[in-house]
Design a protein around this ligand. Structure first.
Ligand code: IPM
Ligand code: MN
Length: 355
């Protein structure tokens, strides 16, 4: 009997629906080839729905999504909605309430993809960033008092519990072991200034590493220096682990070194629950509806979703098909410069993935 999975699809805003459609196309092709049964349920969360109804997300959203085996998300963010409303009300709310405490962002340069890093190729750019995804400044308390006066005060605090730190580091150690490349985990922090939060991170890092992961080499980088080395010597890295805010920043830097937002995918992972996969670029409103946006990041996210379901052969098909399309068909990763339309890219990859 074929294995079956329920996938929630959240196309979202801007070009989200266009790229998600290609991801679903590829998932369907792979499912047929691997004899999997995938059942898709679409949810219309995003800016259009909010502008129409005044509701960001229905109350039942989280419990509905929890019933699925995986979530495939396009993009959240609408030019007519004030920044923060949709991002906090949908994307961050889902990450937090579904307890997706890991944001997994592979930084991998594929053959035939241009990188802005001089003299670096696929051999040198191949590592993974594990970003803590449900804590830190993103969820610490804060507020503004006496707003609008010259005495106003704004604060937003970075808060981490040992529990949050430990589960994130444990995931990172396990991931490094499973990846089995250089068996090296680098902690990215700021122990020279943020002496409370990173004291905790650093202590737990070494305690856990020493007690349970003696096979994994431990390294430490200050976040500013890490940015420098990500450009100068990316080949040093195997797996990096960091806080939510630092991870947000350094993964965009990493993404541009692997060819940019057209190809960067990520997963919001709850190892004990339901996980959500997305292209990490935004909704790119200016390209909406033209059929010129690059769907590779979304297709890559679909591949990560399959891997998360334990369907390694299916995930491998997606990976190989993307590599083949980059080899044979796609001229450039930039929107409008691919030499083919969004749906033609999806067609090609679906064809390759099925064969
Ligand atoms: C990301 C995004 C989000 C984040 C925004 C849109 C809330 O930048 O996924 O990296 O800051 O996490
Ligand atoms: Mn970001």
């Amino acid at each position: 009997m074929s294995k079956s999975y329920n996938i929630a699809v959240l196309p979202g805003d801007g070009t989200g629906p266009e790229v998600v459609a290609e991801g679903v196309k590829v998932l369907k092709a792979v499912a047929a080839a691997e004899n999997l049964s995938l059942d898709f349920t679409e949810y219309d969360f995003g800016g259009e729905r909010y502008l129409r109804t005044g509701e960001v997300i229905p109350e039942t959203a989280v419990s509905d999504l929890q019933k699925h085996d995986g979530i495939f998300l396009g993009a959240i963010g609408h030019p007519d909605v004030k920044p923060g409303i949709l991002e906090k009300g949908i994307l961050l709310k889902l990450r937090f309430e579904l307890d997706q405490y890991i944001n997994l962002r592979p930084i991998k340069l594929l053959p035939n993809v241009e990188t802005p890093l001089k003299d670096k190729g696929p051999e040198e750019i191949d590592y993974v960033i594990v970003r803590e995804n449900t804590g830190g400044i993103y969820t610490g308390t804060g507020g503004i008092s006496q707003k609008g006066t010259e005495h106003e005060v704004a604060m937003q605090t970075m808060v981490y519990s040992r529990h949050q730190v430990e589960r994130c580091l444990r995931f990172a150690f396990e991931y490094t072991r499973k990846r089995n490349k250089r068996k090296t985990l680098g902690l990215v922090g700021k122990t020279n200034v943020l002496t409370y939060v990173f004291d905790l991170w650093e202590r737990v890092f070494h305690e856990l590493g020493e007690a349970e992961y003696p096979d994994i080499k431990r390294e430490y980088y200050h976040v500013d220096a890490a940015c420098m080395w990500m450009v100068k010597s990316p080949e040093w890295f195997d797996v990096l682990v960091t806080t939510n805010m630092f991870g947000d920043i350094i993964t965009d830097l990493g993404a541009i070194t692997q060819g940019g937002m057209g190809i960067a995918s990520g997963g919001n992972i709850n190892p004990e629950g339901v996980s959500m996969f997305e292209p990490i670029g935004g909704s790119a409103p200016k390209y909406t509806g033209q059929g010129i946006i690059n769907p590779l990041a979304a297709i890559g996210a679909a591949g990560m979703l399959l891997e998360n379901l334990g369907e390694d052969a299916a995930a491998k098909r997606v990976e190989n098909a993307v590599a083949k399309a980059l080899q044979n068909d796609i001229q450039s990763l930039a929107a409008g410069k691919m030499g083919m339309s969004t749906s033609q890219v999806g067609d090609k990859i679906a064809e390759y993935a099925a064969s």
